[in-house]
Design a protein around this ligand. Structure first.
Ligand code: C5P
Length: 220
């Protein structure tokens, strides 16, 4: 099986690029952030403070999270409920970042992610795919862009969905999430030693895609 790992900070365009690459190559696209978001949503709904590591770990037993793929599109479920849209709010971004620092949460999601890559050709995006989840991936890409450009993209994305958003607040939260993701004790956001660095600042979506596609085709 072939695995392409795409890691990088929030808003760098990982999901757009990973989805497009998967479509081009006929692989499945696995958005691992959705798993952390689903756990964040579960904890929020139960009223469990997501910064309380022990409480989050202690409540994982009730989490039934799974991914389903239809026409190459991923949906994420909590038990029987499709929460793919409910997880896309700013509040759940923060909850996801909080729960993702809990070692038990990472361990809980590890096999699920690994199994998908055992059974399918995948393009998988996240923070620790090239470093922890799929260290033997044939291609590892670390995709970045400046915080301002990433915040601008996130802001437009939220507005397009009709959600309330302030650019300054999006930028502040994004920088905070970058900091938290890079400084946590387990699986911090760092490029794998053998990752190819791609900076998409100033590139159009098409230019970034072409650059990534060439990078991938050189390797597989
Ligand atoms: O990519 P997305 O913004 O949906 O991820 C939500 C949060 O989940 C991130 O801020 C990050 O803390 C966490 N995450 C992670 N490891 C992954 C994917 C996401 O820690 N592989």
């Amino acid at each position: 099986m072939i695995a392409i790992a795409i890691d990088g900070p929030g808003g760098a365009g990982k999901s757009t690029m990973a989805r497009a690459l998967a479509k081009e190559l006929g692989y499945i696209y696995v958005d691992t952030g959705a798993l952390y978001r689903a756990i964040g949503l579960y904890m929020r709904r139960k009223g469990i403070p997501t910064t309380d590591f022990a409480a989050v770990a202690g409540n994982l037993g009730g989490v039934e999270v799974r991914l389903a793929f239809r026409d190459g599109e991923q949906r994420v479920f909590l038990a029987e409920e499709d929460v793919s849209d409910a997880i896309r709010t700013q509040d759940i971004s923060i909850a996801a970042s909080n729960v993702s620092a809990v070692p038990e949460v990472r361990a809980f999601l590890f096999d699920l992610q690994r199994d998908l890559a055992k059974k399918n050709h995948v393009v998988m995006d996240g923070r620790d795919i090239g470093t922890v989840v799929l260290p033997n991936a044939q291609v590892k890409i670390f995709l970045t862009a400046s915080p301002e450009e990433r915040a601008q993209r996130r802001y437009l994305e939220l507005r397009e969905k009709g959600l309330e958003a302030e650019y300054d607040q999006v930028l502040t939260e994004l920088k905070q999430r970058d900091y938290d993701d890079s400084h946590r004790a387990v699986a911090p956001l760092v490029p794998a030693e053998d990752a190819i660095m791609v900076d998409s600042t100033g590139l159009t979506r098409e230019q970034a895609f072409q650059r990534l596609l060439r990078t991938v085709q050189d390797k597989i």
